[in-house]
Design a protein. Sequence first.
Length: 549
Amino acid sequence: MFHTWPGQVWMTRNGLLIVTAFFLLAPCDVTRFSDWFAARSTAFLLSATALGLAGSSGHIAALSGSLWPQSLDMLHLLAVGVWFGALPSLAYLLHSVNVGRTVPDPYSLRTIRRFSHVALIAVVVIAGTGFVSAWLLGDNFVGIIGTIHGRLLLAKIAILVPALLLAAKVRQLLCNPKTVHALPPTTTIAQRMAYYIAGEAMLLLILLGLAVAMTLSVPAIHSDPIWPLPIRLSLVRLEQVFLSQLSVQSVILRILALFTLLAAIRVSGRLRLYFLAGWVACLSAAAVVVAYPTSFVRPPVSYDARSIAKGKAIYQQDCTACSTRYIESEASKWLTPGDLFWFVSNGLPEQEGLSDFDHPLAETDRWHVVNFMRAHISASESRTIGSEIDFENPWLVAPDFAISIGPLTPFSLYDYRNRRIVLLVLYNLPESQERLRSLALRYGTLSSMGVEIVAVSRQPIDNPIAKLGDEPAMVFPIVTSGNTEINTTYGLFVQGESHAELLIDRQGYIRAIWRKDEIDTNDVRAVLAQVERLNQEKTPPPLPEAHVH
């Protein structure tokens, strides 16, 4: 209570509410306008502060220490308090002063009309701040669909819509004063509005209960979603159907998509909407793939060389040849890490006739296997990456690894992200000796262009720095331990034991690969040319996410 921020906020809020209660119970004369204004503004400030402080100790506050998300949450609570807090009093006012009247009381209508303007502003604020908060806490649409917190949010929206419709109906009646005299004498317009407002208040009460339940659930930003649907959409699958796959299904979908798009361009009015909807349906049908409860689970194990090497050892020991054929199939290209984890945990799809592991694995070991499978799937297409940079679609993520140099403090490949381009040199003595000397002589030029060279021996060597000699001095990082894991991982992309070089951009993608036959031992100009092209890239790719490619 005293030593945590939520406890201090709770005490402050309740203290303010106690002060507000005493203030409201105290007798005061409000016949003068100055006294009336002072009394009501004081009550408003006390209650608004007590309500707004709740936004500084909720999920948003735990998400970020920044003031602007907390300010949005406070503003959201205040808008809800202004809108919802007034409804019961308004409903009671309209009903009580208009009982038995054939013409509505003008002062009650004036009150409702004034509040209508305030409520409209409050609803706009609620919608805007609620959308931002939901996006911050839900992370994305998957997080909203796949978590209890997100489903409660969808339930809130489902309750909010009819409440807004009732509010719109009241506003419509207010904007049409002529309908007052068109009603039967026994049912006045004010009483009807009172019923609408009472219904609106009941819906908002349910909405408030859902909001309380959301505070007791874990937001998607802090938990993994459990996907509830048997299908999902995959952009990789969509690209494959429309650009590369030549099957009866893909041809039919291409024809339908082209027809509906051309028809939407030629027609107008409502028909255009129908054809556009058909075009979207064709795209959606092409992108549909099978989904599993863990399809969107974020891997808790880092995608690095140590994990991949360990996963490979487990995979080779426990997995059958059938699973190897499956991850090398076309279907593997749109699998997420969560899909792979489902296969490792529950067995491969029965319709494919594939078997499971020989014995159960610990969860961490399963994620190691998933990381190996991700690297293995990517390696099947790594042959398409050559010595020329492709600016269209960077996709091959460079697995992280520790860069250990003798007694120095180790650092990692990820430390270079957003800072330096990395030329990873996999060398093999003595054939790589001259090439390493050429790189050492041009190291100053490469470094000035934003490149760091990281050299890893493809064979076990004691004291590799001494083996490379002092002439010329090789001042770039030369990895002295962990070579086995690095070679196991990057050997998937560059097979064999020969010298190879991989150019990794600042975002962490492998953009160019030079294999043994493509390297001129004494000429570094090919590397310099690709680095220069990389530095001239106008739109660098985003940082890699947790996906297969």
